[in-house]
Design a protein around this ligand. Sequence first.
Ligand code: HEC
Ligand code: HEC
Ligand code: HEC
Ligand code: HEC
Length: 179
Amino acid sequence: MKKTILILAALAITLSAFAALAADNTIVGAGKCKMCHKKPKAGEQFKIWSESAHANAFATLKSEASVAIAKERGLGNPWEEAACLKCHDTQAFLGAELDPKTKYTIEEGVGCEACHGAGSAYKKKSVMKDHDKAVAAGLIIEGETNCIKCHNEESPTFAGFVFEERWAEVAHPIPEAAE
Ligand code: HEC
Ligand code: HEC
Ligand code: HEC
Ligand code: HEC
């Protein structure tokens, strides 16, 4: 019995150490992912993302429409307001630190890591190629449940969210032939 308790305690410590590790992951920036995810035959995820609304999410906060929305709510410059950045900027959304070597800038908007998790621990090729290792290192592959953390009624311009339709607009699959 005592032994079981000890084992359980050790397991709990190990698990919390892993959780702490994942929580300590830092943001490397979409430019880092681009290195390996830009080739057309591998699905050019970087190009697809950079042409999507997500890559423009921070710039949007500088638009007249955004300034008007912020004013209406008694807020200052929307591009400086946590109440807007929390869904329009990867770092504010994740609440993670930046990697010391990152070239990430806030202009990236909703970057790869907003959906896939901060990349410092999974970005290595040997880890990336192994699905289980990558997930253990903090890679997130989640659909609708992740989207609705931002696509919800707290968004001042929210007009509903149908996952299948919206996903089709931003999907970036690895082509069959490349696998
Ligand atoms: C050093 C190269 C490299 C870098 C840098 C890199 N990746 Fe990858 N990534 C890969 C390879 C290789 C695969 C496996 C591709 C395959 O299965 O065809 C992969 C797979 C993936 C997958 C699918 C994983 C799965 O198991 O389904 C996701 C999601 C992904 N990468 C996201 C990212 C993100 C986000 C970044 C930046 C934070 C990133 N990658 C940086 C090489 C890289
Ligand atoms: C971190 C917050 C965040 C997450 C997570 C997120 N989005 Fe978005 N999304 C945004 C923001 C902000 C915009 C508006 C960008 C703009 O137009 O400047 C947007 C815009 C879009 C658009 C453009 C059309 C529209 O509705 O205005 C589509 C499509 C979309 N998102 C799909 C998705 C899907 C699918 C997921 C999940 C796989 C997802 N998003 C996850 C924040 C997010
Ligand atoms: C809960 C997450 C969330 C918050 C908080 C949020 N946004 Fe957004 N924003 C989104 C998403 C998701 C979209 C795209 C779909 C939609 O309109 O709901 C978007 C779209 C927009 C658009 C329309 C972009 C376009 O051209 O289609 C504007 C403008 C905007 N947001 C401004 C703001 C401002 C200003 C604030 C702060 C007062 C703010 N948002 C706070 C998630 C959010
Ligand atoms: C709006 C959220 C979102 C953003 C931003 C995003 N992804 Fe993804 N990505 C997803 C989701 C969700 C999936 C899983 C789709 C599925 O279930 O097959 C995915 C799948 C992938 C895959 C695996 C595709 C496959 O066919 O197995 C790769 C590789 C990938 N993403 C890389 C990237 C890279 C690199 C970036 C940035 C340049 C990026 N993603 C940006 C949500 C996102």
